[in-house]
Design a protein around this ligand. Structure first.
Ligand SMILES: O=C(O)c1ccccc1N[C@@H]1O[C@H](COP(=O)(O)O)[C@@H](O)[C@H]1O
Length: 211
């Protein structure tokens, strides 16, 4: 049964829907350019309602220490998701300085991108295997774009990992079957418009991913 992360949550009703349906990770986006961006104080209010056993994930894009410090001081988080161009050294530095596990996102467009997963597996606690964004994209993730899942067939990494990128209630079961992903992460695929989550889609997604 695949573990599910629902990312980009901003409303208590959607947090509750995800938790009740069995989500294992809930993501809060601390990247101002995202339509899913949330303030630390708002995330803190949502995070306070999350029961033990469900991890509260803070998503950052190339964050400086000051942003991490201020966000972590305001909102209780269990896992830091790094979704920018952070180097392996920066991942190690953030882990050491802030004392939280780190999940590093790696964008995949072709077989040449898979090597980076090995480098990050040495320093990150988890990997997030996502589609590489188009060159002109404003967001480095959360674009609802999938990559060729066949690239992952038969691959294993040293760390737990989640599959992401263009997943929806309609395709997530096939994505898990093909790749063997132990977990999946979704944002756009459970929305009716960018940044607008839908409780029914959240439930559908979790049911399809973790039947
Ligand atoms: O969701 C966002 O707005 C976002 C912004 C910046 C970086 C990553 C973001 N989301 C992550 O992107 C992937 C895939 O999202 P989608 O399902 O294709 O929309 C997922 O890991 C989100 O956590």
């Amino acid at each position: 049964m695949a573990q599910v992360k629902i990312c980009g949550l901003r409303e208590a009703a959607h947090v509750a829907a995800a938790v009740e349906a069995g989500a294992r990770y809930l993501g809060f986006v601390f990247f101002p350019k995202s339509p899913r961006a949330i303030l630390p104080a708002q995330a803190a209010a949502l995070a306070a309602e999350v029961p033990p056993g469900v991890a509260r994930v803070g998503l950052f894009v190339d964050p400086g220490d000051a942003l991490l410090e201020a966000t972590l001081a305001a909102a209780p988080l269990d896992l830091i998701q790094l979704h920018g161009a952070e180097s392996p050294a920066r991942v190690s530095q953030i882990k050491a300085r802030f004392g939280l596990p780190v999940m590093k996102a790696v964008g995949i467009a072709g077989p040449q991108d898979l090597d980076a997963l090995w480098d990050y597996a040495l320093v990150a606690d988890m990997l997030l295997v996502d589609a590489k964004p188009p060159k002109d994209a404003v967001l480095p993730g959360g674009n609802g774009l999938a990559f060729d899942w066949r690239l992952l067939v038969g691959r294993k990494w040293l760390k737990p990992w989640l599959l992401a990128g263009g997943l929806t209630p309609a395709n997530v079961a096939e994505a898990i079957r093909l790749t063997g992903a132990p977990g999946v992460d979704v944002s756009s695929g459970v929305e009716t418009a960018p940044g607008v989550k839908d409780a029914a889609l959240i439930r559908d997604f979790i049911r399809e991913a973790a039947p």
